[in-house]
Every structure is written in C-alpha cells, then in structure tokens.
Design a protein around this ligand. Structure first.
Ligand SMILES: Cc1cc2nc3c(=O)[nH]c(=O)nc-3n(C[C@H](O)[C@H](O)[C@H](O)COP(=O)(O)OP(=O)(O)OC[C@H]3O[C@@H](n4cnc5c(N)ncnc54)[C@H](O)[C@@H]3O)c2cc1C
Length: 306
C-alpha cells in the first residue's frame, strides 16, 4: 500500500506532523517503536508548553496529542524502522522484522536517547539503582539518598522532582556552575533536600544487589570521595536516533539531521522534525513547530512532484 506520508517516531514532532498531514487528507502512517509521546511520556510535569497554564503531566499531554492525531485519521503502528531505501521517487521503509512500507514522502521524527556516563557499574546496576528517568523510577527511592548527574535543564528539573520522594538529592556537576535556566537554578538552590557537589565527576558505581555507593573525583583537587546513595540518575546529554540514516542523508558530526528552514533533509521528499535534527532549542514547543512545518513541506512536495 502506498502512503503519501510516512512519519517515523511518535513524539511531539511526529504526532504533530501526523495531525497536519491527516487533516490535510494525506494518507499518513506513523511508525513508533515504543509508545506515542516519546520523551514527553517519561516527563513528570510540563509547565512551559503553552495552553496549559497550570501545567500538564507528560502522560496526559502525550495521550491528548495521540487522540488528536487519530481523530483526523492518522494510522499509528508499532515497529522499529531499521532500513530505508530513499533514492527512488517512492521511498521504502523497512522495519527490523522485515515488513516494508512505501511512501511518497518521509518525515523522520525519531528524537534522541539519553547518553550514558560509561563508568564502571553503570550497566551492571541499570534498573537496580541506575536510572535515566525520574518519572519512571523516582517512586522507588522514597526516603533514600540519590545522586543526579548533570547540570542542564533536565538534570535540575528531575532533581527537583526527585525531592518528592528522596530524603536528599545530590546534584553532581563537573563544572562550577550550571547550564540550566535561572528559574530552575533558583528552585534547586532553594530546595532544602538538594545539595550540589561542584567540579566533580562520577568514577564508579558500586553496590551489592542494588547501588549503595557512588565514587566521585574532584576535577580541580583530584581528591576522590565516596557518596552513600541508593540511586544514581544520569542526565548528561542525548544521542539522536539516526543510525538508520547514516550514508543516506547529511548528518552533522554528532549525527543530528541537517535540514533547511522547511525541514527538508538532503534528499528530495525526505524531511526531519524535532530533537533528531540540528537545532538551537530541543523542547516540545519547537518539536511541534518542526512537525507542522515538515508536514506542510511534505504536502507541497507531493503537489509539485506527483
Ligand atoms: C526528562 C525530560 C524532561 C523534559 N522536560 C521538558 C519540558 O518540561 N518541556 C519541554 O518543552 N521539553 C521537555 N523535554 C524535552 C522534550 O521532551 C523533547 O524536546 C521532545 O520530546 C522532542 O520531541 P521529538 O518528537 O523530537 O522526539 P521524542 O520525544 O524523542 O520522540 C521520538 C520518538 O521516536 C521513536 N523512535 C526512535 N527511533 C525509532 C525507530 N527507529 N523506529 C520507530 N520509532 C523510533 C522513539 O521511540 C520516540 O517515541 C524533556 C525531556 C526529558 C528527557
């Protein structure tokens, strides 16, 4: 079956693209490997997305976007895209289980995944004290001590959220100041359940069945210390989910998709939206903007080429 538009990824960028293409009566398919909502599904509370003046939970916002897209006829299937054939006018999209779908245009909205620290004990204790998702795992740490590693918006936001459960949250940051926005810094500094450990990096995570110790090294004094914690939450950056595009479209040195302002990638009929592309600000508001733009650009491409 030939689609007008196939969208890979069901985060805010992909779902918005789907709302626009389906509402424009284009035959649209969205392929999502996990669950619609993407990173938003794993975010506890969102208060900077316009229209929700009291804030909204990530799960609820994801469900609303999914419902809205389905209302206009967007077909959503579960599957992980593994291979693409993009050089012909009709694009072929192959899932890792072998099914092949064909489309006139493709919108890649595969977002990004958290980066790992790559320290001893990280893989061993993943799911047994090491986590990349406070919303998913925070409740397991009631009255415990936790370390949050990182200094950007996600690290501070999730550290503040974790104080709902934990007795103490240590934010371990390799520099002497945060990159996070001022409002989050002010909230973190004002929170009696947060302590910041500056100029320090994690060296090793140890435990028995579950984590009990994080080994740190001060990058200035070179001094090593032990922190007794039962959880280590890691927020040190992201890798774009663009593996399957390597050698097909132009990616930057960090493997983000390079697009023009209409979200066109370097091949005709291929568009990208959201966190997977090179951009200044990776947020829900910018992801939905990208999704709308990519959808309209895909519609125009079909009008002009088919
Ligand atoms: C902890 C945390 C807190 C955040 N808080 C906020 C906030 O308060 N406000 C805000 O504006 N932003 C926030 N963000 C950022 C925001 O969630 C992202 O910018 C936004 O979700 C990006 O949307 P996206 O659609 O580009 O990608 P994603 O949300 O990453 O969605 C991409 C989707 O593609 C799917 N996918 C990937 N590869 C494949 C494949 N090969 N085949 C099929 N499917 C695939 C993934 O499963 C995923 O569902 C937060 C992020 C995190 C992690």
């Amino acid at each position: 079956m030939l689609f007008d538009v196939i969208i890979i990824g069901g985060g805010p960028a992909g779902l918005t693209a789907g709302i626009y293409t389906s509402r424009a009566r284009l035959k649209s398919l969205l392929i999502e490997r996990a669950f619609p909502g993407g990173q938003v599904m794993t975010t506890e509370w969102i208060e900077n997305y316009p229209g929700f003046d009291e804030g909204i939970s990530g799960v609820e916002l994801s469900q609303k976007m999914e419902r809205q897209a389905k209302k206009f006829g967007l077909e959503i299937i579960q599957g992980s895209v593994a291979r693409l054939s993009l050089y012909d006018k009709i694009k072929k999209i192959e899932l890792d289980e072998g099914q092949i779908y064909e489309s006139k245009t493709l919108i890649v909205a595969t977002g990004a995944n958290p980066m790992h620290l790559k320290v001893e004990g990280e893989d061993r204790y993943r799911g047994r004290g090491v986590s990349y998702c406070a919303t998913c795992d925070g409740a397991f740490f009631k009255d415990k001590k936790i370390a949050v590693i990182g200094g950007g918006n996600s690290a501070l936001q999730e550290a503040i959220f974790l104080t709902k459960f934990a007795e103490m949250v240590y934010i371990v940051h390799r520099r002497g100041e945060f990159r996070a926005t001022k409002i989050l810094q002010e909230r973190a500094f004002a929170n009696p359940h947060i302590k910041v450990i500056w100029n320090s990096v994690a060296e090793k995570i140890e435990g028995e069945d579950t984590v009990n110790t994080l080994f740190l090294r001060n990058v200035k004094t070179k001094e090593s210390t032990r922190l007794e914690v039962q959880g280590v939450f890691i927020y040190v950056g992201y890798n774009p989910n663009t593996e399957f595009l390597k050698g097909l479209v132009y990616l930057n040195e960090e493997n983000y998709i390079v697009t023009d302002e209409k979200m066109s990638a370097s091949l005709p009929g291929v568009f990208a939206a959201g966190d997977a592309r090179v951009k200044f600000l990776k947020q829900i508001a910018t992801a939905v903007g990208d999704g709308a733009m990519a959808a309209m650009a895909a519609e125009k491409y079909i009008e002009e080429n088919f």
